[in-house]
Design a protein around this ligand. Structure first.
Ligand code: GDP
Length: 365
């Protein structure tokens, strides 16, 4: 599954948020066989209202959401790229993740020391990004110092890209903002640069500001739009998330969120942003025994989508009986009624799957 790294300066609420996100899921996660190897890594079920409704309609015995892995990447400080505070280890951890949640402190609290004594989320973002940029410059230097074999076009291309990105980085521009053409993309990605990772700025605010934000979140918003980030910063309260994690029932969680004028929890906001940035969507398989959500990149065709379930489904693919999510709900989950109304389509291997499709695969084994 995809992995999301929570990054930020010390004492800004990373661990509080990480623990809330992963422990609120612990009860549900306990039903599934995986073990925690590292206390800083946790798997989280993606909250999914569509899956809940499909499963309610069919009164299924079990439902299985998709999962994202969260990694609490602590210890990034100024100087990390020079190995300051365990710098290299943490930069290595960031290299492994698909997406960065860059958490910034947007709360005041004189009892909780800020590394720079004063709250300034934009300066904090720049401090971290400078370290990531410096680390990227170091890896590009290595690429550029490799011997160029004039005859090898692949190495030529790598050098060309490294040079261009390196120039951008030197003027403070992260690699994700450098224009890269389609044919350069695979080579660019193979450089595994830290600043090429899609990033969501996430503001940790006091409980009272969780709904409307505050002056600090406005600063981050302005900075983010100047930077041209694809999605707006997300506002969360790590403390609210921590309280939510202690509540048992969905009903209680909803009521608790309403107290703060919130309609969804922070996890949903982060995950929506992550799916959008990573170009992901879900489709569903549904029977009375089990309903399940599967994650695929936008644009995936039916045969490859089937392969996410099992390679045999992909190899022996015959067809996919498909009902759009809205039609499935309209027909109250009754497959026969969907068929009678012409809402169930029989799709071939090249059908491009739509977000929310409910699919029944036929395959030869
Ligand atoms: P980390 O170093 O970034 O992982 O930060 P922690 O999650 O360990 O939090 C550092 C301290 O800040 C802890 O004492 C938290 O309880 C506190 N903290 C986290 N979020 C908030 C918040 O939104 N408001 C306030 N006042 N304190 C918070």
């Amino acid at each position: 599954c995809k992995s999301v790294g929570i990054v930020g300066l010390p004492n800004i609420g990373k661990s509080t948020l990480f623990n809330a996100l992963t422990s609120s899921n612990a009860a549900m996660a306990a039903n599934f066989p995986f073990c925690t190897i590292d206390p800083n890594v946790g798997k989280v079920f993606v909250p999914d209202e569509r899956l809940d409704l499909i499963s309610d309609l069919l009164k299924t015995k079990s439902k299985v959401g998709t999962q994202l892995e969260f990694v609490d990447i602590a210890g990034l400080v100024k100087g990390a790229s020079d190995g300051e505070g365990l710098g290299n280890k943490f930069l290595g951890n960031i290299r492994q993740v698909s997406l960065i949640v860059h958490l910034v402190r947007c709360f005041e609290d004189k009892d909780i020391t800020h590394v720079s004594d004063q709250i300034d989320p934009v300066r904090d973002i720049e401090t971290i990004e400078t370290e990531l940029i410096l680390a990227d410059l170091q890896s590009l230097e290595k690429v550029l110092s490799e011997k160029k074999k004039q005859s090898n076009p692949e190495i030529q291309l790598k050098h060309e890209i490294a040079k261009r990105v390196s120039e951008a980085l030197s003027s403070g521009i992260p690699a994700r903002d450098v224009e890269i053409s389609e044919n350069e993309w695979p080579t660019f990605q193979a450089l595994h640069l830290l600043t090429s990772k899609p990033t969501i700025y996430t503001c940790n605010v006091p409980e009272s500001d969780a709904s409307a934000g505050n002056k600090y979140t406005e600063m981050v918003k302005e900075f983010s739009s100047k930077r041209g980030l694809e999605i707006d910063p997300v506002v969360v309260s790590a403390k609210i998330e921590a309280e939510l994690a202690n509540l048992e029932s969905e009903e209680m969680k909803k009521e608790f969120l309403q107290l703060y004028d919130l309609s969804s929890n922070g996890l949903s906001k982060v995950i929506n942003g992550a799916y959008k940035l990573l170009g992901l969507q879900s489709y569903y398989t549904a029977s009375e025994n089990e309903c399940r959500a599967w994650t695929i990149p936008v644009g995936t065709k039916a045969r490859q989508a089937a392969g996410v379930i099992h390679t045999d489904f992909e190899k022996g693919f015959i067809k996919a009986d498909t009902i759009a999510y809205v039609d499935f709900v309209d027909c109250k989950g009754d497959e026969k009624s969907a068929k009678d109304r012409g809402k169930q389509r029989s799709e071939g291997p090249n059908y491009v799957v739509n977000d929310g499709d409910v699919m029944f695969f036929k395959f030869s084994g």
